[in-house]
Ligand binder design. Sequence first.
Ligand code: ADP
Length: 169
Amino acid sequence: MTTIELVRGDITRESVDAIVNAANSSLLGGGGVDGAIHRRGGPAILEDCRKLRASHYGKGLPTGQAVATTAGDLDARWVIHTVGPVFSATEDRSDLLASCYRESLRVADELGARTVAFPAISTGVYRYPMEDAARIAVDTVRTARTDVEEVRFVLFDERAYEAFSGQLR
Ligand code: ADP
């Protein structure tokens, strides 16, 4: 059984085995969570990302997939980078968002991570509606087959926190 916890705050302050990054497919950094992780985690993360690009992801990490790097100076062992879908009003991309959570947990299992912190993937610059994103996140983690013992959703603001707690009730 995986325990789900909700925390309001900055994911870069969490002590866990793995912190999930809402990355973009370039793996070369961006704004939001991505910017915060690289700022606080230091250059070792970007260095690993560049190596991954060169070895496996020359065309970028595809949406819905996940890959791990060092966590640099963060209080974690790994950062798991996953690329959420950009919200579309005309195309249902919920499977891709679910895939981000599932694939991140699969990578966590491969690493042997037991505690994993997730941000609300795709709900920032990628504009996914918070209620839908929260439902997909919680449903996917709840039904995932994983050895991860604790999933912590780290929500940056009250609106995200309320949406996720609504799903857990
Ligand atoms: P995406 O491109 O997947 O939409 P963003 O980083 O723009 O990713 O936003 C994802 C979510 O993470 C948003 O709800 C945003 O408010 C939140 N967020 C931004 N910075 C942090 C942080 N330091 N810790 C946790 N959540 C954050």
